[in-house]
Design a protein around this ligand. Sequence first.
Ligand SMILES: [Zn+2]
Ligand SMILES: [Zn+2]
Length: 147
Amino acid sequence: MTVTGGCQCGAVRYAFDGPVPAAYACHCGECKKQTASAFSMAVPLSYDALQVEGEPQSFQSAAHRGKAKHNYFCGQCGTRMWHSPDDPPEAITLKVGTLDDPSGIAPLGHLWVSKKQPGFELDPASDQHLTQPEDLVRWRANLGKGS
Ligand SMILES: [Zn+2]
Ligand SMILES: [Zn+2]
């Protein structure tokens, strides 16, 4: 099935072949800024798998281990859409909230639980980290596949 999504104003739209990969949440300070909320939720994808309409903008910031992170967003409405260590993007993390139908998608893992806002109960069966695993790429890829 085709999964679709886009920014809040509709200037950037995307589609990819489902199913939606396993999602995770991050409770770090950067993710609070980025979402203007308590945490972010994302799924790992290859940018090649994404058909994009519109022209996302990007800016660069530093990831937790000091590597470059490119943050892609709609230049008209500002909705953050995906991140990539590369520009142009190769491997991306796509923001779950930009899916047209994010219903039913629960995070199977949680990063930076040490920074979690009070008032959110996490599923005890989820894979929780006080900070983040050494190899984030592998952790994302293995989520939901039984360690
Ligand atoms: Zn937009
Ligand atoms: Zn984060």
